[in-house]
Design a protein. Structure first.
Length: 226
């Protein structure tokens, strides 16, 4: 009688075990962001003053009041709304164990210094800066994965400078990376995909839209399922 029960149990739900063991959709180990016209605006080369106090305060997507803007002369550096939403998801751990990096080709050393300063001022949730979220999951004190500029040893070709340095800093291979870039002035997405085989890319020509974030994740999963 016991043998019969075991046989009934084994065959009562065909395929149940295979469904439980089915692999989850592949996730990138590293999401690499461009900054200008991808995560924030305006472009850093258009600014001519270092960030100054006081910062612009406001609502952080319903999470409370925090720094939503950084003043540079008469301009204000702000994250695109959906970029803030995605970065808040990373802060909350929704995409763990995926980590973040930056590959941004600010035109001048001064433009790069403005960008670096803004990372320490803009907030994702109250009291948590953009840089802190970009560094989440990386070793304490590590900033080598945040690469901004095009002055030697960097260049305007991210595939030749930024991505090799990010790979070295993080120890992650190109096939583990998902890259977002507006690619409005130069098609960095195509260039990186060509010269850094395995990197999956997604254009953000109007600043990161949530649909583009989701599409990038789908493209990465599809590439891994081939």
């Amino acid at each position: 009688m016991l043998l019969v029960v075991r046989r009934i149990h084994a065959f009562a739900r065909p395929g149940a075990q295979s469904r439980r063991c089915a692999p989850l959709h592949a996730k990138p180990a590293l999401v690499v962001w461009d900054m200008d016209d991808c995560l924030w605006s305006p472009e850093m080369f258009t600014l001519n003053e270092m960030p100054s106090a006081p910062p612009v305060m406001g609502d952080l997507n319903g999470r409370g009041e925090g720094v939503i803007g950084v003043k540079s002369g008469g301009d204000t550096i702000k994250l695109f709304p959906d970029a803030l939403r995605v970065l808040q998801e990373f802060h909350d751990g929704a995409h763990d164990p995926t980590k973040l990096a930056v590959a941004s080709s600010a035109d001048t050393p001064f433009a790069a210094s403005i960008a670096q300063a803004a990372l320490d001022i803009l907030e994702i949730v109250p009291g948590v800066t953009l840089r802190q979220v970009l560094c989440r999951g990386h070793p304490d004190g590590m900033n080598d994965h945040i690469i901004i500029g095009r002055t030697a040893p960097l260049s305007s070709d991210k595939s030749k400078t930024h991505f090799p340095l990010i790979r070295e800093a993080t120890g992650m291979e190109y096939g583990e990376m998902l890259f977002f870039d507006d690619s409005n002035w130069s098609d960095h997405c195509t260039i990186v995909a060509k010269h850094c085989p395995g990197v999956v890319t997604q254009r953000t020509p109007r600043g990161l839209q949530y649909s583009e974030w989701e599409n990038g994740l789908k493209k990465f999963a599809a590439a891994k399922e081939k």
